[in-house]
Design a protein around this ligand. Structure first.
Ligand SMILES: Nc1ncnc2c1ncn2[C@@H]1O[C@H](COP(=O)(O)OP(=O)(O)OP(=O)(O)O)[C@@H](O)[C@H]1O
Ligand SMILES: O=P(O)(O)OC[C@H]1O[C@H](OP(=O)(O)OP(=O)(O)O)[C@H](O)[C@@H]1O
Length: 214
């Protein structure tokens, strides 16, 4: 039987992803949240999970080192990998937004600080606004406070980080949630393994949706 490798984003999405995999019948040898191991074997089936930095998940899947990946839509919008995006998993929900101290003033070229340069550039480009992108690795909210940029493009979940730093959402860009992606070749060559797995996930998500509505 073909083996199936699943790349999971470490960090915020990991716990919910493992939970979903448990719910569809997978158990991983030795898995616990504090472990430093990066590969876990499923107890009965020929399935492995590998724990990858979120932004690297599309790379593993695009190149076939993993057949399946679970990663945020934010990463997919930024990375534009050549993979199939199969399912919206409905967790890891947040939004991409433009935020700043105040409404934008267009009397000079806008500077935009972000961890997502492609998303930011694309958003303003489509509006016909030329921007200067400043790439940061984190704590992006600091940039407008310290005069480094006019605004930021970042993820907003609860809005707490913006609020505690005196910033506000200026414009909504896109909704984000965790997605299931599949390598294009694996989707065909390992279809007997991958299609049932996807179907089980779909069924489980439908059951959960029904549970919420009831
Ligand atoms: N409040 C949030 N902030 C950031 N990401 C969130 C949030 N809520 C959900 N997410 C989702 O979780 C994913 C993983 O976020 P996480 O912070 O673990 O990794 P990361 O953005 O690569 O961070 P780091 O660079 O610090 O490792 C994001 O890509 C996004 O899809
Ligand atoms: O709306 P909230 O619920 O406050 O969440 C949004 C914050 O969470 C993320 O940062 P993260 O914690 O990943 O840290 P970072 O600044 O190092 O990217 C994101 O970049 C925002 O700063």
């Amino acid at each position: 039987m073909d083996n199936v490798n699943i790349a999971l984003a470490k960090g915020r999405l990991a716990r919910k992803t493992i939970e979903l995999l448990h719910e569809i019948g997978f158990q991983f040898n030795g898995w616990n949240e504090d472990s430093r191991k990066l590969i876990f074997q499923e107890t009965k089936q020929n399935v492995k999970i590998i724990l990858v930095k979120a932004s690297d998940v599309p790379t593993y899947v695009e190149r076939g080192a993993a057949d399946i990946g679970i990663v945020g839509k934010d990463t997919l919008l930024e990375r534009k990998a050549d993979v199939y995006e199969i399912l919206d998993l409905g967790f890891g929900k947040c939004k991409f937004a433009v935020a700043g101290l105040d409404d934008l003033v267009f009397d000079h070229k806008l500077t935009v600080a972000t961890k997502y340069p492609h998303v930011a550039k694309n958003f303003f480009y489509k509006k016909g606004i030329d921007v200067d992108i400043i790439y940061l690795h984190g704590s992006v909210e600091l940039a407008p406070l310290m005069g480094l940029s006019d605004c930021i493009v970042d993820i907003v979940e609860t809005g707490q980080t913006l609020k505690e730093n005196g910033l506000k959402v200026i414009e909504h860009i896109a909704d984000v949630s965790a997605r299931l992606i599949v390598n294009k070749a694996s989707f065909k060559t390992k279809s007997e393994r991958i299609h049932p797995l996807v179907q089980r996930m779909k069924n489980m998500l439908a059951v959960k949706e029904d549970g919420k509505r009831a």
